[in-house]
Design a protein around this ligand. Structure first.
Ligand SMILES: [Zn+2]
Length: 147
């Protein structure tokens, strides 16, 4: 057991060292994986081999980018992607965070959680105060929410 743990630790250190010289995960890869996943789901639903192939292409492409050593090139690709689709990516991210905070609010009996629409800061407000004006501590944006 002890030996196994040692190997796991060694493997992790190796991986970290390898990955530090690689591109790693970025927004463009998230998008490529998502597209690949959508195609694979489509192929399962329609039984068309073309979707399987397309799905595989996107997944392989994203893995090639993750393990790419040409960091500078990959960074530039991601930059271009973010320039055109950055707004959408941020909106999706914001929306996901909002849903997460809604769930957190429903589980917490004392506090409501909100996401600042300007900077994304999470703000905690005591529950049961009805409509309150909330001021973001990070960017000073104010908005009115029901707690
Ligand atoms: Zn803010």
């Amino acid at each position: 057991m002890e030996l196994l743990r040692k190997y796991v630790v060694m493997f992790r250190q190796d991986m970290r060292q390898v990955m530090s010289k690689r591109c790693g995960q970025d927004e463009l890869n998230n998008f490529l994986m998502l597209v690949g996943f959508v195609f694979i789901v489509l192929s399962m639903l329609t039984h068309r081999w073309i979707f399987t192939l397309l799905g595989a292409v996107f997944v392989v492409l994203s893995y090639l980018r993750v393990f790419s050593v040409k960091i500078e090139k990959r960074r530039k690709e991601n930059e271009i992607y973010m320039r055109y689709l950055g707004g959408v990516v941020r909106k999706v991210h914001h929306y996901k965070l909002c849903v997460k905070m809604k769930l957190k609010t429903s589980r917490d009996p004392e506090f409501s959680y909100f996401v600042c629409s300007h900077c994304g800061q999470i703000i905690r407000v005591p529950k049961g105060k009805n409509k309150v004006s909330i001021r973001c501590p990070r960017c000073s944006e104010t908005f009115i929410r029901k707690t």
